[in-house]
Design a protein around this ligand. Structure first.
Ligand SMILES: Nc1nc2c(c(=O)[nH]1)N[C@H]1C(S)=C(S)[C@@H](COP(=O)(O)OP(=O)(O)OC[C@H]3O[C@@H](n4cnc5c(=O)[nH]c(N)nc54)[C@H](O)[C@@H]3O)O[C@H]1N2
Ligand SMILES: Nc1nc2c(c(=O)[nH]1)N[C@H]1C(S)=C(S)[C@@H](COP(=O)(O)OP(=O)(O)OC[C@H]3O[C@@H](n4cnc5c(=O)[nH]c(N)nc54)[C@H](O)[C@@H]3O)O[C@H]1N2
Ligand SMILES: [Mo]
Length: 777
């Protein structure tokens, strides 16, 4: 590996850097010739839907409706490389455990089902028939079906597979359906229903085109939803205000060149994205938004005194909301010095935002992990809703709330019933439809599944996609506990670390990817997904499968269910796995409001939008109105010993070269970091205060009084532009530092953006000189 370097990136997001990267990726995966052909069908009606993020698939797509990171995700799946049984014959599991995430996925797509053989410490090929039979037998043998079996899934699973998976779990006898959204937008699924009676965002692309004020809190579109930069560019050029709150200056939120525009590429004409950029302290948004609300209130009062038009939407507040007066009382009590201390920002910064917001006609609040992954994440999201409600920015054109969901179908999965919360799915109707009594007790979410594993209560864990053990907190405790499971089933496409922690009986079951042709006796089957604006799209594979031995996820679920469950004439597994339209028919019965005429509508340009009651100002909350919340305090992470200068807030970040635990490479182009992921980004003054030198190595230790030592050494100290007291490191490397109990109250989303750590020198030697951020570029 080449020497780590740090050289601030001077270019905008997009542009030639992006175009070059796309070419390199296709070459690297050995698909330089066929990759570009596939990409012309990317996010197109009758094409396939991108397997990377959940950003909108527009009705009028660009000729090339993809981004650099979409290409990475596609190339990763259609790669020419194969991880065959010969690879497993060569390497023991113990040896592979020493490899890092990047190298584990390099051998390529898995080609055959494999079973772990403990005697030779290797995975060996096995037939599908044998695999399904043994897994089904083990599932039947679990004593306490309610507590003993977990059905995890990761958010790429199609609507069709998700629907069958939840049906399988509920017929089996539990709601243990944790999924990856428990680790990201679970906070949203708790906050939004309480505030506005709807668990998903309220805006779509048309709203972005009409808004004149877009406020961004803790979401990084440049790396995690790059196609979103197109509507943002359009908004900026139209003169809309884009206001960002983020501890880091993320390039995608600063400036952008559309790599698909020849003029922009040739002339280098870039667009400024954010009109205001506030480097809020990690966990400081609750205080910051409180400050903005307080300023808006003051502007309103001043306007009334001056005989000018009201700033608040008084009629909306009276007709549609609840709790406004108490909220105003609470706002008046909040002191500016506390707001400034918690947010790390000046009153004038927050007033500047309030002034622009107060003038706007239609505002959108966008957010991501920077809000959801804190202990008070639920209250912070609800505070952002408060801000929007004050001016009636809900249920009208150009306005609303926009959680930017992660995985390409994580939202659809929840819609299809993959949820541990029984109240989120119409179980009565499901029971009637299939003539059974669905379990009503809440199931495990991801954190609760981990806790149950630590208590030795789980016997069988089915992982439908994902790299669970790597994505969760507390690796030091979870990995040994994981190995005590009786049955672990890894339904994956590439090798990952979770599969290398076999339980007593362990399988790797390789499946088709979304880009691959899924052929049954009834012909080629198609799938559907839902994007972050609740639009549902059809997706048709176009590539020959990576191996003739792969099964589709739908088929695998049906085969397992047929053997693990008693027969039920209403559940037609054989029909479902032959003709996926039969699954969509069942979805239409369970969810008639949104999924009538599913089969046809999923091919409409731009997809069809699910019913969103807030769009017509219908509030399905307890009071039947939108509810203002009053938070318990301004502190988002009460775990953080605040007055203690030696404790830092660690934010775990994604680089531009990863998709979750899949590490595409060791460069984080936009942040200027090359050839390494073992870095700790620190403010220069913190480095000086600790007597450290830039480029030396350091150890991070978690501050927690629970008797468990959590530490990570060999981290290169980088001087970076981020607030004093906050430090940054990469996920999943830093997950070893996260206590399992450090999560958001109410949603149990791990609080991955504020882990209390101390930092210790590993010695004065400089391993990487020049790791200093040279100032704003
Ligand atoms: N290429 C690529 N795309 C992805 C993914 C990927 O890994 N790679 N992952 C997908 C998934 S599953 C998800 S959930 C999404 C995640 O996408 P995002 O929501 O963008 O998540 P992160 O990158 O974890 O963090 C977002 C931003 O939060 C900022 N931040 C950290 N702490 C705070 C804070 O306290 N306050 C504020 N205001 N900001 C803060 C960070 O600096 C960062 O810019 O992306 C999806 N898309
Ligand atoms: N510290 C920290 N931890 C975090 C986060 C954070 O910000 N900070 N973010 C959290 C979030 S938001 C998330 S969503 C999780 C996600 O974390 P992960 O579980 O890593 O998510 P995936 O990207 O789904 O998992 C990648 C694996 O999925 C398999 N796979 C890929 N495509 C397919 C497919 O089509 N079918 C099947 N069956 N398998 C496939 C591959 O084998 C690959 O190894 O991590 C969470 N953990
Ligand atoms: Mo996520």
């Amino acid at each position: 590996m080449e020497k780590p370097t740090f050289k601030p990136y001077r270019l905008p997001a997009g542009g030639w850097g992006s175009a070059r990267s796309v070419r390199e990726i296709l070459n690297r995966e050995g698909v330089a010739a066929s990759g570009p052909i596939a990409l012309t069908r990317h996010n197109k009606v009758d094409g396939y839907q991108c397997n990377s993020c959940a950003w909108v698939k527009p009705a009028s797509p660009l000729p090339l409706e993809f981004c650099e990171n979409g290409v990475k995700a596609v190339a990763w799946e259609i790669t020419a490389h194969r991880c065959t049984p010969a690879f497993f014959a060569e390497h023991t599991v113990t040896e592979l455990l020493g490899w890092d995430d990047y190298h584990l996925e390099q051998p390529g797509r898995l080609t055959q089902p494999l079973r772990y053989d403990a005697e030779i410490d290797r995975y060996v090929p096995v037939s599908w028939g044998h695999a399904v039979q043994e897994i089904a037998r083990e599932l039947r043998a679990v004593e306490d079906k309610r507590k003993g079996t977990v059905f995890y899934s990761s958010g790429r699973l199609s609507n069709e597979a998700s629907y069958l998976y939840q049906l399988f779990a509920r017929l089996y006898g539990n709601n243990n359906l944790p999924d990856s959204s428990n680790m990201c937008h679970e906070t949203t699924s708790v906050a939004l229903p309480a505030s506005i009676g709807q668990g998903v965002g309220t805006v779509d692309l048309r709203d972005f085109a009409r808004s004149d004020c877009i406020m961004f809190f803790g979401q990084n579109p440049g790396s995690n939803s790059p196609r979103m930069l197109h509507p943002l560019q359009e908004a900026s050029e139209r003169g809309a205000a884009i206001i960002t709150y983020n501890p880091l200056r993320e390039r995608g939120l600063e400036r952008f060149i559309n790599p698909q525009s020849p003029t922009e590429m040739l002339t280098g004409r870039e667009t400024r994205i954010s009109s205001q950029y506030h480097q809020v302290r990690a966990g400081g948004d609750l205080a910051a938004i409180t400050g903005i609300c307080k300023s808006v209130l003051a502007l309103h009062e001043a306007a009334l005194v001056a005989g000018k038009a009201a700033i608040l939407d008084v009629a909306f507040i009276a007709e549609h909301t609840q709790g406004f007066d108490s909220f105003v009382d609470w706002l008046r009590e909040q002191q500016w010095d506390a707001i400034e201390r918690h947010s790390g920002l000046h009153r004038a910064d927050l007033e500047a935002t309030a002034t622009v917001y107060a003038r706007s006609k239609a505002a959108i609040g966008v957010y991501g992990m920077g809000l959801t992954q804190h202990q008070a994440g639920v209250e912070t999201v609800r505070m952002l809703v408060n801000l929007l409600l004050m001016r009636g920015n809900m249920g009208r054109a150009g306005a609303g709330i926009c959680p930017v969901r992660g995985h390409s179908n994580v939202q659809g999965q929840r819609t299809m019933g993959v949820t541990e919360k029984p109240e989120l799915f119409p179980l009565d109707r499901l029971g009637e439809q299939f003539n059974f009594e669905p379990p009503r007790e809440p199931g495990y979410n991801t954190v609760e599944a981990c806790e149950a594993i630590l208590r030795d209560e789980v016997q069988a864990f089915i992982m439908m996609g994902g790299n669970f053990v790597r994505a969760i907190p507390d690796h030091g405790q979870m990995e040994p506990a994981w190995r005590k499971l009786r049955l672990t089933v890894n339904v994956i496409t590439k090798l990952n670390r979770s599969a290398l922690l076999p339980g007593e009986i362990s399988y790797i079951l390789p499946v088709l990817g979304r880009l691959e042709i899924d052929e049954t006796t009834a012909g080629q089957q198609v799938l559907s997904i839902e994007d972050t604006t609740a639009c549902v799209h059809g997706s048709r594979g176009l590539r020959t499968p990576a191996s003739p031995h792969l099964l589709s996820e739908v088929r695998l679920i049906c085969e397992l269910a047929k053997q693990a469950l008693d027969p039920n004439p209403r559940v037609r597994w054989d029909d479902y796995m032959t003709n996926y339209a039969e699954i969509r028919k069942e979805v239409g019965v369970t969810l008639p409001d949104s999924f009538n005429d599913y089969e046809r509508r999923m091919w409409e340009p731009g997809g069809f939008q699910r019913d969103l009651p807030v769009k017509r100002r219908e509030w399905r909350t307890k009071s039947g109105r939108a509810e203002f919340v009053i938070p318990a305090g301004l502190d988002e992470d009460p775990d953080m010993p605040d007055a203690d200068h030696d404790t830092f807030r660690l934010m775990t970040l994604r680089s531009n070269d990863q998709f979750n635990t899949t590490v595409y490479g060791y460069d984080d182009r936009f942040r200027g970091i090359k050839n390494t992921r073992k870095v700790v980004l620190m403010n220069r003054s913190d480095i000086d205060r600790l007597g450290f030198r830039v480029g030396q190595l350091a150890t991070l230790k978690t501050v927690a009084n629970d008797g468990v030592d959590r530490e990570l050494s060999g981290m290169i100290v980088v001087a970076y532009d981020l607030p004093i007291g906050c430090v940054g490191g990469y996920y999943p490397e830093c997950n070893v530092l996260m206590p399992i109990w450090h999560y958001a109250a109410g949603s149990k989303t791990p609080a991955a953006k504020s882990i209390p750590v101390t930092i210790h020198s590993d010695g004065p030697e400089i391993v990487a000189p020049e790791m200093e951020y040279a100032g704003r570029q």
